[in-house]
Design a protein around this ligand. Structure first.
Ligand code: SF4
Ligand code: F3S
Length: 107
């Protein structure tokens, strides 16, 4: 099993999640983070830390977010590891909760 970063992280990217991960399995893109499914040890620590409620256990993914499992696995292969919190985008709060953000994902 793994935990998965889902759509509401796009353009919010608060990065609180990376501070608690004991195995540094978060990888960073321009406006989204993903979890390496081969590194995640299912410790559950990151899920409650995300202010955008964007992290779910693989088994608890909402039905409209299941495609993010494959997307995390794909993007983790090319994006670098992030292990320290950084400032969120200045307009992160404006994007929190906006629907249909996938077209805004930058690779
Ligand atoms: Fe890291 Fe634990 Fe979250 Fe997996 S569940 S990404 S190991 S903090
Ligand atoms: Fe994204 Fe939430 Fe982490 S918005 S960067 S999954 S704290």
């Amino acid at each position: 099993m793994t935990f998965v970063v889902t759509e509401n992280c796009i353009k919010c990217k608060y990065t609180d999640c990376v501070e608690v991960c004991p195995v540094d399995c978060f990888h960073e893109g321009p406006n989204f983070l993903v979890i390496d499914p081969d590194e995640c040890i299912d410790c559950t620590l990151c899920e409650p830390e995300c202010p955008a409620h964007a992290i779910f256990s693989e088994d608890d993914l909402p039905a409209d977010q299941t495609h993010f499992l494959a997307l995390n696995a794909e993007l983790t292969k090319t994006w670098p590891v992030i292990s320290a919190k950084k400032d969120a985008p200045p307009d992160a709060a404006d994007w929190d909760g906006k629907p249909d953000k996938l077209p805004y994902l930058e690779r």
